[in-house]
Design a protein around this ligand. Structure first.
Ligand code: DGY
Length: 322
């Protein structure tokens, strides 16, 4: 029997993908900083038994139609909004992701972004490097406190709960909104369930960690920003399209909210001339939530294990379309 053919859409370290080479023929897009070209993806999908994909790859009906032998798409991310899962299911293709291994790393970055936005760290770092520091002064680059404030987490999944743990360490009052109640988190972290509107009206920090679905697209719209306090700081570390970016820009410019820390954008990479990037009260990062070397390696390894499992007839650790 022919060895299965596995295509990886970014260049990954050889030692990480070695287990795949044991069972299959492996080909890789040769760059780690350039997304796979669409025509290459489609041509490779045609030959592939397995695809190891990135969140920047659009895996839609066209890919499924091309993938005559395709059995599994292993996305190297916990989010899988880049994949049309119902269509994959229709074609009998397993879709896998990488939950759990990135919870703490993503929570660290989310909290770092919250702190950086509240305490104006990016502005302060730019200020000193630009030689603008002429004297100490009482309100020089004064931000807002984080400790003892109220955090409102929208999406209390595993990453949300890891953020709540960090917030507890800062003695914050923790509110959350989620599709389902999280009683364990309520008991252990003292998190209090609220409606979406109640959370927005009460929180000093609104942290978006909900996955992107048809229900959550543009959840943070003009009305949502109007419900927030004028002093509120909005943090998004999930997916850009959960936010109506025009409404966010307007809220930041008109003083409807105080500031935003954003790790994700509707279009990635965001256009450098995007109005949000021109604002002093925006801290923007290039989607680095899970970007520690340790965690990215674990995500790669997990993606490889997901492929190995499907190709050897086992149940993968993280199957999205059960
Ligand atoms: C994910 O895994 O979905 C994260 O957004 C990657 O940083």
């Amino acid at each position: 029997m022919d060895k299965p053919y596995i295509f990886i859409t970014r260049k990954l370290p050889e030692e990480v993908i070695a287990p795949l080479r044991v069972i299959g023929e492996v080909a890789m897009w040769p760059y780690d900083d350039v997304p796979v070209a669409r025509d290459v993806l489609l041509a490779e999908a045609k030959k592939a038994d397995a695809l190891l994909t990135m969140l920047s790859d659009r895996i839609d009906r066209e890919v499924m139609e091309a993938g005559e032998k395709l059995k599994v798409v292993a996305n190297m991310a916990v989010g899988f909004d880049n994949i049309d899962v119902p269509v994959a299911t229709e074609y009998g293709v397993a879709v896998c992701n990488t939950p759990d291994v990135l919870n703490d790393t993503t929570a660290d970055l989310t909290f770092a972004l919250l702190l950086a936005t509240a305490r104006r760290l990016v502005e302060a770092a730019e200020y000193i490097k630009a030689g603008e520091w002429k004297s100490w002064s009482p309100f020089l680059l004064a931000g807002t406190d984080v400790h003892h404030k109220t955090i409102g987490i929208v999406g209390l999944g595993k990453i949300g709960q890891a953020v709540a743990k960090r917030a507890k360490g800062f003695e914050m009052n923790i509110l959350y909104h989620n599709r389902t109640r999280k009683e364990e988190a309520e008991r252990q972290l003292g998190a209090v369930y609220c409606t979406f509107q109640e959370l927005l009206q009460a929180a000093d920090f609104v942290v978006c960690l909900t996955p992107l679905t048809e229900e959550t697209r543009h959840l943070f719209n003009r009305q949502a920003f109007q419900w927030m306090k004028k002093s509120a700081i909005f943090i998004n570390a999930s997916r850009g399209a959960v936010v109506d970016e025009e409404a966010l820009y307007e809220a930041l410019v008109t003083g409807e909210i105080a500031a935003a820390g954003l790790d994700v954008f509707t279009k990635e990479p965001i256009d450098p001339s995007h109005p949000l990037l021109s604002l002093k009260n925006v801290v923007a990062l290039p989607h680095i939530g899970s970007a520690s070397i340790e965690t990215r390696r674990k995500m790669m390894e997990r993606s490889c294990r997901n492929i190995l499992a499907v190709l050897t007839g086992e149940t993968p650790e993280a199957l999205v379309n059960t």
